[in-house]
Design a protein around this ligand. Sequence first.
Ligand code: NAD
Length: 278
Amino acid sequence: MPGRVEGKVAFITGAARGQGRSHAIRLAEEGADIIAIDVCKQLDGVKFPMSTPEDLDETVNQVQKLGRRIHAVQADVRDHDALKAAVDEGVAQFGRLDIVCANAGLGSDGARLDAMDEKTWRDMIDVNLTGVWLTAKVAIPHIIAGGRGGSIILTSSVGGLRGHANIGHYIAAKHGVVGLMRTLAWELGEHGIRVNSIHPSQVNTPMVMHEDTYRMFRPDLENPTVDDFAAVSQSMHLLPTPWVEPRDISGAVLYLASDDGRFVTGTTTVIDAGAMLK
Ligand SMILES: NC(=O)c1ccc[n+]([C@@H]2O[C@H](COP(=O)([O-])OP(=O)(O)OC[C@H]3O[C@@H](n4cnc5c(N)ncnc54)[C@H](O)[C@@H]3O)[C@@H](O)[C@H]2O)c1
């Protein structure tokens, strides 16, 4: 039986690990070839360990094991020319582009907005908002040129739909992603290109599974553990889970990328265990 995205090509940012790797594997399982980029190094202001070249190699191995092709490049979503080169090369190899997952993003230490320094603000906006725009910008001409339509999926967050104290730079960037999504949906609809944003609650990835997050969620404890974090994280959800798994988000990506979502555009898809109702 053909896969749900058989013969299509997907461009995925932040593909070395976490949700990006999961999207690459899920789309490859359903028949897509992958163009993958990730910065694969530690960026300023990020305290938890970021991805490595070995992580990106592992994504390559896993996609190839599924019998699909992958063009993987170390590139920063803030670098227009590097992004463009990666996508142009991938399209030259695989012949087309159908799906974009603008997934790369980071978390950094926050503060109240009146106390936040400008560098922390700008670094966040550059990666989590401008990087999403640049990802779409370098991909759109290829999808339009194919004449077959396509699907662009921008990763926001529950924090892109509601506020939260002390991480205003992240919240503003993720709300900005919704503005990008709604504008792109208007601009690209006539080409049959659908654009949607996805909004996960806490996901079990290295971005949240570290001590700084535990401390942010449990300021009442001196040395909070993952179990202390889990209790508060659970209390934010209606369903009995403290977090969701990357593959849960990939299921939403697959729906939006495939013909199952062929008339879905301009939407904010939440995968949040009920967090938005609380
Ligand atoms: N983990 C969560 O709880 C959660 C919840 C809601 C939304 N998100 C969003 O989901 C997306 C994926 O995050 P994740 O949970 O898989 O975390 P992750 O840290 O495991 O993966 C993020 C990937 O993006 C890459 N990246 C970061 N900055 C980059 C840059 N400038 N250029 C290229 N690549 C870069 C990292 O190297 C990393 O491999 C992010 O946009 C994040 O904001 C995460």
